[in-house]
Design a binder for this molecule. Structure first.
Ligand code: FES
Length: 178
């Protein structure tokens, strides 16, 4: 994605109505996934309580639990993706671990994990490819995508974008179970 395209995406207004609409499409997408195995649902965030560098409220616990496995929801202004994996959630920093390019999610590209048939992160700079766990599958990135800690507070899912967690590989302890 170009910088102008990225900026445009980041300027999208996100409202509760859009979230609910997104949730409906996510549910519809799940049906498609179940029937074709080819698509990944997307889920628009409900809340924008805090920008990058702060603690961000992303959804209620109930809404998060309703996200189908394999869903990747983008929070552009807060610079992360919320990835629904089998056992819970990961908040993936969108910054490529090679030289820091912004990573776009490519929902139609072949999947590199076993959570859905399609969808992965493709770095536009040098061809780095990452799966829904943030694990590298191709290109020069030296390690998985960095994470932001996820916590629960008052029935809301919180992502702390002020704390970057680096890792050398994926393990289950990194997944937040909700
Ligand atoms: S910056 Fe992403 S592969 Fe080089």
């Amino acid at each position: 994605m170009t910088n102008s395209g990225s900026n445009l995406a980041e300027k999208k207004a996100i409202t509760r109505r859009k979230f609910l609409s997104g949730a409906w499409w996510a549910a519809t997408g799940l049906l498609v996934v179940e029937t074709t195995g080819g698509l990944v649902a997307s889920l628009w965030p409900r809340l924008k309580a805090g920008g990058f560098g702060s603690k961000v409220r992303v959804a209620s616990v109930e809404e998060a639990k309703a996200m189908p496995v394999g869903t990747v929801a983008y929070f552009p202004e807060q610079r992360f993706y919320l990835s629904r994996v089998e056992s819970g959630f990961l908040a993936l920093y969108r910054r490529c671990t090679h030289l820091g390019c912004v990573l776009p999610w490519r929902a139609d590209d072949p999947s590199e994990d076993n959570l859905a048939g399609n969808g992965r992160f493709n770095c536009p700079c040098h061809g780095g490819i990452f799966d829904r766990y943030g694990v590298v599958h191709a290109g020069p990135p030296p390690r998985p995508l960095d994470l932001f800690p996820i916590s629960i507070d008052g029935g809301e899912v919180i992502v702390d974008t002020g704390t970057v967690v680096s890792r050398s590989s994926f393990d289950e302890s990194q997944v937040t179970k909700i």
